[in-house]
Structures are given as structure tokens and as C-alpha cells.
Design a binder for this molecule. Structure first.
Ligand code: FES
Length: 126
């Protein structure tokens, strides 16, 4: 029922963990299942490129695969480029998710965007 890509990311998730003094933190929970995801990002202040990204996912297998894919998609992109990553794009990059698991993909891009918005609001306060 899961694509090979999902199984690959689920069995060997990339960029798991947290950053010391991250530039942005985003936390999103899914009220239906209670699962949650926290993203940390490190942003190059000159280029606005996301140089490092880590996350912790407390959730189902699909959510773990989604967070791993999101981290790979966002790393090396500018914050503006990463803001245009959508939940649908993440699911597409995973070669799809079963219909009843599509809601799990929502956590990924939302948590990434929350981390970026956290970074941008801190930057604007400086
Ligand atoms: Fe909760 Fe997948 S069942 S994120």
C-alpha cells in the first residue's frame, strides 16, 4: 500500500534530530490523530539559504517519511523557495500516499512553513 519511496524514507529517515540555537522552529500537531512534528532550520543570513534542517516526528510511518522528504526538499533552498513547497508536492515526491494517509502529509510542509515564518518574524524584529 505504500510506495517504495515512502518505505525508503520510513526505514532510513534523513536529517532526524535537532539543531543547537536554530534560526527558526516550527511545531505542528494533527488534532485528529495527535501526531506532531517539530522542524529546526539554520539559515545563511547573507544568501537566505536553508543550510541545515532537522526535525523530530512523533507520529505514524507516513508522517516520518513525509518529514524526511520535506527536509531533503528544503535543504539548499532559499526560505522563499522553501515556502512554496506544498503538501501535495511532498506527497508527489514520495510517489503518492494512500488516500487515508494524505492527511499525514499536511504536517510536513506546515511544520516547515512554521519554522520559516518563525525565522522571518525574528529577523524582522531585529
Ligand atoms: Fe497522524 Fe499520520 S496518522 S500523521
Amino acid at each position: 500500500m505504500y510506495s517504495e519511496k515512502v518505505m525508503e524514507h520510513f526505514s532510513n529517515p534523513q536529517n532526524v534530530g535537532e539543531l543547537e540555537n536554530p534560526d527558526g522552529v516550527g511545531e505542528v500537531g494533527n488534532p485528529t490523530c495527535g501526531d506532531m512534528m517539530v522542524f529546526h532550520i539554520r539559515v545563511n543570513q547573507d544568501t537566505q539559504v536553508i543550510e541545515d534542517i532537522r526535525y523530530k516526528t512523533f507520529g505514524c510511518g507516513a508522517a516520518i517519511a513525509v518529514s524526511s522528504m520535506v527536509s531533503e526538499m528544503a535543504k539548499g533552498k532559499t526560505v522563499q523557495e522553501a515556502l512554496s513547497i506544498t503538501n501535495e508536492m511532498v506527497a508527489d515526491h514520495l510517489d503518492g500516499l494512500p488516500p487515508q494517509k494524505m492527511h499525514c502529509s499536511n504536517l510536513g510542509a506546515d511544520a516547515l512553513h512554521a519554522a520559516i515564518n518563525n525565522y522571518l518574524s525574528k529577523k524582522n524584529q531585529k
